[in-house]
Write a protein that binds this ligand. Sequence first.
Ligand code: GLA
Length: 730
Amino acid sequence: MAVYYSAEDKTFTLQTEKSSYQMKVDEYGALLHTYFGTKMDGSDLSYLLARTDQGFSGNPADAKNIRKYSFDALPLEYPVFGNGDYRVNALRVQAEDGSCSCDLRYESFQIYQGKYRLAGLPALFAKEEDDSVTTLDIRMKDRYSDLYVHLLYGVFEKTGAITRAAIVENKTRKPLKLLRALSSCVDFADGDMEMVHFHGKHALERMYESQPLFHGITQIRSTRGTSSHQQNPFVIFKKRNTTEESGECYGFSFLYSGGFEVLAEVDQTNAARVLMGIEEENFCFLLEDGESFTTPEVCMIYSGNGMAELSHRYHTTFLEHLIRSEWKDKKRPVLVNNWEATYFDFNAEKLLKIASQAAELGLDMMVLDDGWFGKRDNDKSGLGDWFVNEEKLGCSLRELVEKINGMGLKFGIWFEPEMISEDSELYRSHPDWALQVPGREPIRGRSQLVLDFSRKDVREYVEEKIYAVMDSANIEYIKWDMNRSIADVYSATLPPEHQGEVLHRYVLGLYEMSEHLLQRYPHLLLEGCSGGGGRFDAGMLYYAPQIWCSDNTDAIERIRIQYGTSFGYPMSTVSAHVSVCPNHQNGRITPLKTRGICAMQGTFGYELDISKMSDEEKEEVRQQVKSYNRLYKLFQFGEYYRLTNPFEQREFAAWEYADKEQNGAILSVVFTDVHANARPAVVKWKGLCESAQYEIEGKCYSGSALMHGGYLLPVPKGDFDSLMLHAKRV
Ligand code: GLA
């Protein structure tokens, strides 16, 4: 068991292989946070909590006149609003009389082998026989009412993940309103830290930014109803001098695909409180007596050895305990998607031309993107009408798929199930199925409205339509898209007092539908998408083992996008395609070789009309596909290393995949700047065996030489030249 309770000290110590986390129940029954960091022996560390009379920090009633005891100056495990703690808090509850007051004290605990589950929500899991995973459930109670909060912890000894969630139970015999219900809080004694986060926009997601905390509140959030392009629900708190290889850092990943917030407050004692949970501006949950609310899960990981180890721990945790798809362990199909090849302008003939070329070049799958259904020749109409436009195709879907299968290719298809166009049969018959505020004109995004997925009847209708298409042909892959932010958050069927629940209910509806889809088609390869990577989060990975990383297919911009994504997500989840030049998003011209190398950084595919390529280019594609097929195990299962930071290093970008058994590695380099009279640069390999010999392009080097001395790169031969090296152990 990885959780230890000391009855003498009243401490809970959570132990993983390399980290410890500790809480203590004090003399007033408050649950204090006493430690999170490098593994320690479990000693009660509460002696570190200095108690002083902190002016203007009030004292709870039962501490009477002991001025040295204040919730405003103590590290609280799950801080609440209204107990005299003025810092940001995790829970704000409003009683029927309008008062907002709560004072949580410890009541009891339970420890058991295995991992708790959260109804209707994604959560890390443990295999039944795995005794290295333990659950701790601490029950807290309001001092004045029968409001209970279960604080749940899942401890993954081997990967170092510690998960958090809270269940709020109303047994007060009266209704309560949850105005805020966040999932996790950690009070760090020393607020001198930086927050690394991943901001962006459509077609430029997950840009790395590191920001020192200051006295005040740092907040990142998405109020868009999805995790969003603009912010990502994964953050790292690190010491100023922490690098890839050394120093302390703490990751927080939210297993949720809706709006979220991260708050970091440095207080008057220079301590930092870090909170993560559902975004509160769009949130108000009514709990009747007897009802409970479950927050989504946060996955926290500590590394004392820099950010490379932190990322590796996240990658392993998500591959072993989050992603359920059988595709996680199988070679992903190398696919060609027709979006940038044809956009809406296609018929079966055009598609079959691309497919037959794909088959000839050794690809595995053809994906039919947007435009095959309803009246959908541009992005202004048709969403919601999920029936095949046979007139446009010139045949039935079954006929098309049979022909594609006949060429030896699998077939995949695009859906955008959460959306509705006003110009659609569905909208004409069910206008109230869209989220809209009565009496107001809707806010449109990409000329479309959002279906009310908080409603079961709406979900059931869409499910049936998707199933009918799925059952009509041999479809082995779905790209599930979502192409706007949510506005007009109002559901036509919910009573007024429940309207604050719509967005969360929407996310629960989305999860339920994804679950149904995977139950019905257990072998389906589901790819997540939201205008590229607008919903790239750990919640989605519970259902989809890969996510379209960005609508930006330019290889050079993808280097930064994929760099940022790699911190919190395994590279096999990063869907990346080779596209045409000049690039459709930014007009840049890059060599086909470089486009291939950048797309192989993730789950590989093509998105251009390969039938229009020159013979020379076709031959290059054939070779790229061969290389990927030969090396996919390293790409999919290797340990990923960021060798350069593309935000700082101008000359070249480099990254590597090392076999976990140290039998080989692939190193990729893209030259992002070229100079006259250049000197060759050196790059140091990672993750090799010091004493083993490795062969690279016919020459032998020791692991030690490659890792400490490095490898001499050639001088680039022009803009965006690149190379991929395979080191094979001899
Ligand atoms: C989104 C996706 C694209 C493509 C289009 C189709 O933008 O990210 O890959 O599927 O929609 O409309």
